[in-house]
Design a protein around this ligand. Structure first.
Ligand SMILES: *Cc1c(COP(=O)(O)O)cnc(C)c1O
Length: 359
């Protein structure tokens, strides 16, 4: 069987080894005569999967002991509401850095709950860059600063993060586990799984105890981080199969040599495609400014819309999946998440070069 060259933005490619392992265990998990899906979420078998996912994530990201690791549902989008519900009190302002559609949505949800302000933005330049660190100044009554570490639609990514004396909260849905980060810089990180962590259905939340201590009381139980932390994400039935798949993904990352090895490979993969663009004499132009380029989502266009459409049509014929840009930016987008093999990127570059010389 030939695997597709899958550049989907999300849900996206999963490692073949992970799919194979899941297939092997699908109907008979550890000689139990059952699928992992059929176990109680209170069983010792499922509990081992749940704990392994937490332990492996802690190990891979060097998560300190004073942080909780939660597995929630509702996607990254529910976090847009849960963050202000838990941490924005009436006497405070929530600060947002706008670097794309997802950060706008996060602020829009918070605005329904309390007072927010935009402290830095690249909206006026069509989200082509990440604001300067020195421009990130929290409000005097700031509850927290929220940022989006990788902008899936515009293809920009933060290279470093501001050091602040207020809680920093990051939506890392599309670059978590792609490179080394210092968890201590953040009070909270969240990520929907379907880009770098596994299939859709689970959202990882990493949250510092100190932030949790001051969260709002008397909010709906299912929206209350404190309850989920206290119950180890087992207050109600968690998405057991998605968490199982997450645990296989984490095991795979460990087998690849952990985040340093993954990061090195991601750099190589992205460089391959960016170099091809840079050496194309303007045939392929990137959306992001060079110093803000994302290693996860590579957004570019061709000289005319007609050529862009032709490029996408031809790519489909050759077995490339997911190269159309998001409708709000147009052009093309290649998402090169952790599970996208180097060979897929090589194949894409070969196609890009051939298409350029033919056109
Ligand atoms: C995909 C994505 C989201 C939305 O995630 P859902 O799980 O669909 O809610 C939010 N933020 C970023 C940065 C994303 O890439």
């Amino acid at each position: 069987m030939k695997r597709a060259y899958n550049f989907n933005a999300g849900p996206s490619a999963l490692p073949f080894e992970v799919l194979e392992k899941a297939q092997k265990e699908f109907t008979n998990f550890q000689e139990s005569g059952m699928s992992i899906m059929e176990f109680s979420h209170r069983s010792k078998e499922y509990d081992a999967v749940h704990e392994k996912a937490i332990t492996d994530l802690r190990e891979l990201l060097h998560i300190p002991n004073d942080y909780h690791v939660l597995f929630l549902q509702g996607g990254a989008s529910l976090q847009f509401s849960m963050v202000p519900l838990n941490f924005l009190s009436p006497s405070r302002t929530a600060d947002y850095v706008l670097t794309g559609v997802w950060s706008e949505k996060a602020q829009d949800e918070a605005e329904k709950i309390g007072k927010t302000t935009t402290i830095a933005s690249s909206q006026h330049q069509n989200y082509t860059f990440i604001p300067n660190m020195t421009d990130i100044k929290p409000s005097h009554d700031s509850a927290y600063v929220h940022l989006t570490s990788n902008n899936t639609i515009y293809g920009t990514e933060w290279k470093h993060y501001p050091t602040l004396d207020v809680p920093l909260i990051a939506d890392m849905s599309s670059d978590i586990l792609s490179k080394e980060i210092d968890i201590n810089q953040f009070s909270m990180i969240y990520a929907g799984a379907q880009k770098n962590l596994g299939p859709a259905g689970v959202t990882v939340v990493i949250i510092k105890d100190e932030l949790l201590k001051n969260s709002t009381e008397n909010i709906p139980t299912m929206l209350n981080y404190k309850i989920h932390a206290k119950k180890n994400s087992l207050y109600n039935t968690p998405p057991t199969f998605s968490i199982y798949m997450l645990s296989l993904m984490l095991e795979w990352v460990k087998n690849q040599g952990g985040i340093p090895a993954i990061e090195a490979r991601n750099n190589e993969k992205a460089a391959l495609i960016y170099n091809c663009m840079d050496e194309s004499n303007g045939f392929y132009t990137g959306h992001a400014q060079k110093d803000s380029r994302s290693n996860m989502n590579i957004v570019f266009k061709l000289p005319t819309e007609e050529l862009t459409n032709k490029f996408i049509a031809k790519s489909k014929e050759l077995g490339f999946i997911g190269l159309s840009g998001h409708r709000s930016v147009g052009g093309c987008r290649a998402s090169t998440y952790n599970a996208v093999p180097y060979e897929s990127c090589e194949a894409l570059v070969t196609f890009m070069k051939a298409f350029m010389s033919e056109n």
